[in-house]
Design a protein around this ligand. Structure first.
Ligand code: ZN
Length: 183
């Protein structure tokens, strides 16, 4: 990541809104923002494979649900945060991953410029590709600050997205079980 470019960009934004970039409170801001972006966009150069390929063998293929995974991401249309919870369930095909790996997978894709719909799909597809389960479902509920602090200004409004793959696409009972547990 090119931190100098980010710094230069933040300086231009501050000048653009009519601020004095040399005043005390702002002088270090471009540097701070660049450092922060390095962290919150660190998913761009990371691969979810790393977290999903270390698996354990099981002989019981019952649904595994991980709910309330805290999620922070950045809306790619406004570069404003959106945040909320992700819920994931999958039906193993004799292979499972350590529970924390699902949260790591969410993080890899959340720490990029994103839209919630794409984020939901990318998590589901990464689990399907790397873990090869019989099915996966990913649901995300999030508040978008680009919507709640500007424009339509409806604080508390949540956007809900979900994606089903494999068995979850065919079996409504499975889907209902998942939504009953995560709601
Ligand atoms: Zn937005």
């Amino acid at each position: 990541m090119d931190l100098q470019k980010i710094e230069a960009g933040v300086k231009l934004i501050l000048e653009g809104i009519g601020e004095d970039i040399l005043r005390e409170g702002l002088i270090e801001t471009p540097k701070r923002v660049a450092k922060m972006y390095e962290e919150i966009f660190s998913g761009i150069t990371r691969d979810s494979k790393k977290h999903l390929t270390k698996t354990f063998t099981v002989d019981n293929n019952e649904m595994i649900i991980e709910k309330d995974i805290t999620l922070y991401s950045m809306c790619e249309h406004h570069l404003m945060p959106f945040y909320g919870k992700a819920h994931i369930a999958y039906i193993p095909n004799e292979k499972v991953v350590g529970i924390s790996k699902l949260a790591r997978t969410v993080e890899v894709f959340a720490k990029r410029p994103q839209i919630q719909e794409k984020l939901t799909c990318q998590i589901a597809d990464a689990i399907m590709e790397n873990l090869n389960p019989l099915g996966v479902i990913v649901a995300i509920e999030a508040e978008h600050t680009c919507m709640t602090m500007r424009g339509v200004k409806k604080p508390g409004t949540k956007t809900f997205t979900f994606v089903c793959r494999g068995e979850f696409e065919k079996n409504a009972d499975l889907k209902n079980t998942f939504f009953n547990i995560v709601k």
